[in-house]
Design a protein around this ligand. Structure first.
Ligand code: CP
Ligand code: NVA
Length: 312
């Protein structure tokens, strides 16, 4: 059994992370075979996942909703307009109420503390569907994508370009757990959180991987099996976009940066993308790009996660 909540990629032991990826791959194969096996048994019949979202979403929301439907259950989407968490109703009371009706909560929040409060007061599993600190469901889908392409995760090298943000944090932590090295190249003022970096380095020391941060994109890209980037201004930081653009321009992923990596290197992005800002159209729409595999894999990992958290 895994722990009750999934708030951080670091909540997973190596065994739990490997089991989740294995289960997601099996569910994917079943789904592509026409919904056979576990799908046909509708293990989530009568079960509801509440989606408490303070920010917009395409992938995370649809992957959870479709995933619940495909396993016989249901998703209930609650935007800030519907429940105004912390305004109309306190965060603990939202958790206490939902715990009486539904079987799990997926929450997308501005402050990571909000999701910790939800988890503290809920009697059902709470899943981090993105916070300012982490995006662990994304990292699971990304590592499943790498495992499919390379047949393994252990020993791979990923270069992350740009903002040391939530996506970067979860990649470093899950990479550290599963033995994937991460080299981050970012402007000096946008480094990943020092505490998370130290945590990822401690995990990496156990799994024969390394975690590094540099200001030099070419240095990070050297020898990389995948180059990953994300938007330069995350949700809630849109007002900083113009100021950030010149600072991040040297970290744009373009054909010349891709050439610094291994010839077989993949291009990865969590999406949504700002084409010709953090990555050129040529790269994201080119043959090395696996961004829609990453998006598809959100479905499979999130299904595996819900089944596991519900003890099914
Ligand atoms: N990658 C991702 O989480 O996408 P959404 O914001 O659309 O859910
Ligand atoms: N870093 C981005 C990821 C979006 C999926 C954000 O937080 O907006």
């Amino acid at each position: 059994m895994m722990q009750k909540h999934f708030l951080s990629a670091a909540d997973l032991s190596r065994e739990a992370a490997e089991a989740l990826l294995g289960r997601a791959a099996a569910l994917k194969a079943e789904w592509h075979a026409g919904g056979t096996g576990l799908h046909a048994a509708w293990p989530l019949r009568g079960k509801t996942l509440a989606l408490v979202f303070e920010k917009p979403s395409l992938r995370t929301r649809v992957a959870f909703e479709a995933g619940m439907t495909q396993l016989g259950g249901n998703g209930s989407y609650l935007s800030a307009n519907d429940i105004d968490m912390g305004g109309r109703e306190s965060v603990p009371d939202v958790a206490r109420n939902l715990s009486r009706w539904v079987q799990a909560i997926a929450a997308r929040v501005f402050k990571h503390g909000t999701i910790e409060t939800l988890a503290r007061h809920a009697t059902i599993p709470v899943i981090n569907a993105l916070s300012d600190r982490e995006h662990p469901c994304q990292a699971l889908a990304d590592l499943l994508t790498l495992r499919e392409r390379f047949g393994r995760v252990q020993g791979l090298r990923l270069a992350y370009m740009g903002d040391g943000n939530n996506v970067c944090h979860s990649l470093m932590l899950l990479g550290g757990i599963l033995g994937m090295s991460v080299a981050v190249a970012c402007p000096p003022d946008y480094r990943p959180d020092a505490e998370i970096l130290a945590h990822a380095q401690a995990l990496a020391a156990e799994s024969d991987a390394t975690m590094s941060v540099t200001a030099n994109p070419a240095e990070a890209a050297e020898g990389a099996d995948a180059i990953y980037t994300d938007v330069w201004a995350s949700m809630g930081q849109e007002h900083e976009a113009a100021r950030r653009r010149p600072v991040f321009q040297p970290y744009q992923v373009n054909a010349s940066l891709m050439h610094q990596a291994n010839p077989t290197a993949l291009f990865m992005h969590c999406l949504p993308v700002h084409r010709d800002e953090e990555v050129t159209s040529e790269v994201i729409d080119g043959p090395q790009s696996v961004v829609f595999d990453q998006a598809e894999n959100r479905l499979h990992v999130q299904k595996a996660l819900i089944l596991t958290l519900l003890g099914l």
